[in-house]
Design a protein around this ligand. Structure first.
Ligand SMILES: [Fe+2]
Length: 350
């Protein structure tokens, strides 16, 4: 009969064997751990409060120029992660551009999003297309697109940066290039990607359909998203786990904004307490407005306007709008990566 073999060796002989293997850069798999029964993130649930972040962003603006810093960015780092990122695969950073400043043009293989927190009417140029930036707007600077930022207003501009740099670094796929000039020439139109692709289901016919995997729409104004959320809320629609939640999509495919990052906006009604669930994806949240808390893996994260918090992968979370006004949350996740690799799962608690 065939059976598992039972070989008992003296400990000393085993240790000699392992030592020899180590010297040859070989590891015996049976003593080095395998795949766990389920994901256990090194990251922990955590919240960064705007009342702490904003003064430090202003201080950074006093101490460091955009000549010294390619990007004047404060990285929010998860207390338990070795790198300086909010979550395992995605960073959530705070960037500030002061009146009269530019952040020069460059491009990189990590994909990025900007979610505007403060300031009205500065702009980002993406591959020559001007994109105005207003509070609550989502702006994309996808993989390998040239982008520079400019603040031609008289007030600071501050936004949340979301990038997949930890993922790209882990995959050893990072490229970076400096543009030949400080800033790109700005092409025609005040907001051309929105003009072409900003109305669902309609596409300009005089140009071929874009073939890039990322969305050709690079500007998702809050005004449009808010109307859609409020219309659905009035209908009583929504998810028991997330309230009224909408995904920002690539208008050509209905898929995520970018191949590595999905973006969402959700409305929680006053007093709403959602049911707990968890997914195989890490999620970084930004509180557009509202006050409440989220219970994440047994921790309570209290949040209010403009705070940022992170939910590690496969961690149960539920949201509570403790205020008397609707709460609006923006979030971004690495779910498209998990789905592309057949690694995505989700589960309700209980
Ligand atoms: Fe960049």
């Amino acid at each position: 009969m065939l059976q598992r073999s039972n070989i008992v060796s003296p400990e000393e002989e085993l240790q000699d064997f392992y030592e020899e293997l180590r010297a040859q850069h070989v590891t015996p798999a049976w003593i080095s751990g395998g795949v766990g029964v389920e994901p256990k993130s090194k990251a922990v649930p955590y919240v960064w409060h705007w009342c702490d972040l904003r003064p430090q962003a202003m201080r950074a603006a006093q101490l460091v120029g955009t000549e010294q810093a390619e990007r004047r960015v404060l990285r929010l780092h998860n207390p338990e992660l070795e790198g300086s990122s909010a979550s395992n695969t995605l960073v959530a950073n705070i960037q500030i551009v002061m009146p009269g400043e530019i952040a020069r043009a460059h491009r990189h293989s990590p994909s990025a999003l900007r979610f505007i927190i403060e300031g009205s009417g500065g702009y980002t140029v993406v591959n020559g297309a001007r994109i105005p930036m207003f509070p609550g707007d989502l702006v994309l600077t996808p993989n390998w697109t040239w982008h520079d930022h400019a603040n031609d207003t008289d007030a600071p501009m501050i936004w949340l940066d979301g990038l997949d740099t930890p993922l790209v670094r882990m995959l050893e796929a990072g490229f970076y290039e400096q543009y030949g000039e400080e800033a790109q020439p700005v092409g025609e139109g005040s907001d051309p990607s929105l003009a072409k692709y900003g109305v669902g289901g309609l596409r300009p016919v005089w140009e071929p359909a874009p073939t890039a995997r990322y969305s050709p729409l690079w500007h998702y104004p809050l005004s449009q998203a808010r109307v859609a959320l409020e219309r659905l809320a009035a209908e009583g629609a929504g998810s028991p786990f997330d309230g009224v939640i909408l995904e920002y999509t690539n208008p050509l495919t209905g898929g995520p904004t970018m191949p590595t990052i999905a973006c969402y906006i959700q409305l929680l009604q006053p007093g709403e307490h959602t049911q707990a669930h968890r997914q195989v994806c890490c999620t970084n949240y930004h509180v557009i407005e509202g006050s409440g808390y989220s219970l994440v893996g047994g921790r309570q994260l209290d949040w209010e306007d403009k705070d940022v918090f992170t939910v590690p992968t496969w961690t149960f979370h539920e949201h509570v709008n403790a205020g008397n006004r609707p709460a609006f949350l923006f979030s971004f996740t690495d779910a498209p990566v998990m789905k592309a690799l057949d690694l995505y799962r989700e589960e309700a608690q209980g």
